[in-house]
Design a binder for this molecule. Structure first.
Ligand code: NAG
Ligand code: NAG
Ligand code: NAG
Ligand code: NAG
Ligand code: NAG
Length: 461
């Protein structure tokens, strides 16, 4: 009898596990979890849960934007007691509804990006005490009442980018004390009351890119002193007080591009000892003070491109001379001699972008002190030939962007002359030329196997 029951259960289980809705694919994912993926699109209600294995751990209803679904969600997931991860995207879901995930305590990861959700309500997230990551990006969310997320006491990641949120209600993040990452980018928030962060003081990543922010109350930084990654790019910020970032001592990445800063004041970042990436691209910087980078002794990447700089002070680079690997100064009006003085200091540099600078020549010896240079972007200058560049025998580039210059033609021989052994050897192996060398060739890419390999884009245009 027992034997028969066992057989019966076995058959039941194995027949259940071959069930798969005809428009979906069912298999084990790379972590060995039972996964159903429905990519086909054009699905309408109801979601065919009757044809899904009740042991499903991952369910993805993720059509392309061209073939969206039209779905609603209700309390249909209770039977899936092992469901850990749920994605329903591009499906015009209009609302989350009355706690649809109540009774699915296994759910840890919910992705409802690219839907048509306009508001969030108190009861939406009831019973989701084990959810760790919630993605609601690319919806039309306008209003979020206070404490809407309070049932999500285990939440680590909350992403609300690309919505229409204009106001952050008080205590919005009540009970989210474990939150590590918050993304509010591409909303129209304009002003943030720092009080809101008191409930999420362990935040490590905060992004509010293109949020319409005109200023930041520095109290925000004091409350969020654990931040490692801060993105406030493309806002309307106009100034940065010298001590404004004082409390952000753990910061590793700071993105402030696309704002209106006219100058980097003295010692603005002097508490950011751990900073590795600083992006100030596309501001209105006309001056970088000599102590602007004081104490940034771990800085690896600095982007000050597309500003209004007409000179670089060598002394500004003193604090970062040993750490900097990647410097981007494209789109400023800086003399090549200034650039050379800075380059002479940055002996560990691996990547340099000096695009859109109107340079007509790259003089011999420009990179004399930069033997580690591998990536060089010279796009958008007025270069007519690359002889001098190719005679910089001390550097071994892996990437070279020469697009948008004024090359009249390209003399393959001169190119080969520069590094005869390597090029010839490479030619025998995998020297690949993906376009004719004719005068009108728009695109030429060389990839060589040995120590030299160049990427030449739109060389002849
Ligand atoms: C959400 O699902 C979409 C598929 O439609 C995917 O492209 C995206 O990466 C997912 N987001 C997250 C955070 O998993
Ligand atoms: C999406 O929501 C808007 C209201 O914000 C509505 O007018 C529109 O019909 C919805 N689209 C679909 C396909 O349901
Ligand atoms: C730079 O760091 C040192 C500690 O290493 C600190 O004493 C000094 O005040 C910092 N400089 C500024 C301008 O804050
Ligand atoms: C380069 O020259 C063009 C045309 O003369 C000018 O419009 C542009 O501002 C110059 N760029 C820089 C970085 O000086
Ligand atoms: C070089 O710089 C130009 C202009 O800033 C940019 O558009 C291009 O993507 C860069 N090239 C590479 C290979 O990163």
């Amino acid at each position: 009898m027992l034997f028969q029951v066992t057989i019966f259960l076995y058959l039941l289980h194995s027949s259940a596990s071959v069930m798969c809705p005809y428009m979906c694919e069912c298999a084990l994912d790379d972590r060995g979890r039972y996964e159903i993926v429905c990519r086909r699109g054009d699905m309408a209600n109801p979601i065919p849960i009757g044809q899904m294995d009740l042991g499903t751990e991952v369910l993805k209803i993720v059509p392309s934007e061209e073939n969206p679904n039209h779905l609603t969600i209700g309390p249909i997931f209770q039977q899936f007691q092992h469901l850990e991860e749920l994605h329903i995207t591009n499906s015009f879901i209009p609302a989350i509804g009355f706690h649809p995930f109540w009774g699915v305590p296994s759910l840890r990861y919910l992705n409802l990006t690219h839907n048509n959700i306009t508001s969030l309500l108190d009861y939406n997230f009831k019973g989701m005490m084990n959810l760790q990551e919630l993605y609601l990006d690319f919806n039309k969310i306008e209003s979020i009442p206070s404490s809407v997320f309070m049932h999500l006491s285990d939440l680590r990641v909350l992403s609300l980018a690309h919505n229409r949120i204009s106001k952050l209600a008080p205590r919005l993040f009540l009970k989210l004390s474990k939150l590590k990452s918050l993304d509010l980018s591409y909303n129209d928030i304009v002003e943030i009351n720092p009080e809101i962060f008191k409930d999420i003081q362990e935040l490590k990543t905060f992004k509010c890119r293109s949020c319409g922010l005109e200023n930041i109350n520095p109290m925000m930084y004091s409350i969020l002193a654990d931040l490692i990654y801060l993105d406030l790019g493309y806002n309307q910020l106009k100034y940065l007080l010298a001590d404004e970032l004082e409390d952000l001592k753990k910061l590793e990445t700071l993105l402030l591009d696309g704002n209106h800063f006219p100058v980097i004041l003295e010692k603005s970042f002097s508490s950011q000892f751990k900073l590795q990436v600083l992006c100030l691209k596309r501001n209105r910087l006309a001056k970088v003070t000599t102590t602007a980078f004081t104490n940034l002794t771990n800085l690896i990447e600095l982007d000050i491109s597309y500003n209004k700089l007409d000179r670089l002070e060598v002394a500004s680079f003193d604090p970062i001379e040993n750490s900097l690997r990647d410097l981007k100064i494209s789109g400023n009006n800086i003399q090549l001699s200034d650039v050379k003085n800075v380059l002479d200091k940055l002996v560990k540099l691996k990547a340099l972008s000096i695009a859109d600078m109107n340079y007509t020549d790259i003089p011999k010896g420009l990179f004399k002190m930069n033997p580690h240079l591998q990536f060089l972007n010279l796009s958008g200058n007025n270069l007519q030939d690359i002889h001098n560049l190719l005679y910089q025998s001390n550097i071994k580039l892996t990437h070279l962007d020469l697009s948008r210059n004024k090359f009249k033609g390209f003399d393959e021989k001169s190119y080969i002359m520069s590094e005869p052994k390597n090029i010839h050897k490479a030619a025998k192996n995998s020297f690949a030329l993906q376009s004719s060398m004719g005068k009108n060739a728009e695109y030429a890419v060389f990839i060589a196997s040995s120590s030299i390999s160049y990427l030449l884009e739109a060389l002849l245009t």
